[in-house]
Ligand binder design. Sequence first.
Ligand SMILES: C[S@@+](CC[C@H](N)C(=O)[O-])C[C@H]1O[C@@H](n2cnc3c(N)ncnc32)[C@H](O)[C@@H]1O
Length: 197
Amino acid sequence: MGLRTYIRENFILDIKPYKPKHLSRPEKMLEIVSAWKGLELIIEDIINQFDLKKDRCIEFGVEFGYSSVVFSNYFKSVTGVDTFEGDEHTINKSEHFAETSAQLAVYPNIELIKSDYKDWIAQDNSRYNLAHVDIVHNYEETYECGLWAAKHSDCTIFHDTESFPAVRQAVKDLAKATGQKLYNYPQHFGLGILVNQ
Ligand SMILES: C[S@@+](CC[C@H](N)C(=O)[O-])C[C@H]1O[C@@H](n2cnc3c(N)ncnc32)[C@H](O)[C@@H]1O
């Protein structure tokens, strides 16, 4: 790689920082341990800054539902897709679909689907206002799931852009491939934001 390309790739094309205007705490929250904690404060701000409609949200990577419940405060419907079996990066690796479904049953606008994202995206051709990708933090899976999400939503957010270089790289490549605008919020392990506008 030449010096010019190196500078272009690593500085000029690097991610624009996301600057929230207002932090707001959603009313409904799960009091559980999650690496996502803290990001709930900027979800309403993202919706407002990018003028997103609040009808449909899809999330890939629910685990115990921390982020799903955050989204349920703002969107009429939240679809949460997860194998509920954990992955190579999660601490919990035991099956927990029934347990999580029971815990989230009090939130009627959340629908949980036990599925690999690959099977889900092969048959869903509908559109969402917001998509969240927080699955296994490898390049290939993040890119594949993220590409579908970017093509089927107005805004796609990706957790762990700071803690997993593979996620950050996938998100940067997705911005190039789709032409969408890319921002990064560096706190709470990083949230990449791709916007279709
Ligand atoms: C980091 S956790 C999600 C954390 C969650 N967003 C929260 O708020 O706490 C990652 C989840 O992705 C799920 N996952 C990993 N690979 C997946 C795949 N191929 N399809 C569907 N879900 C997957 C795991 O089962 C795990 O529950």
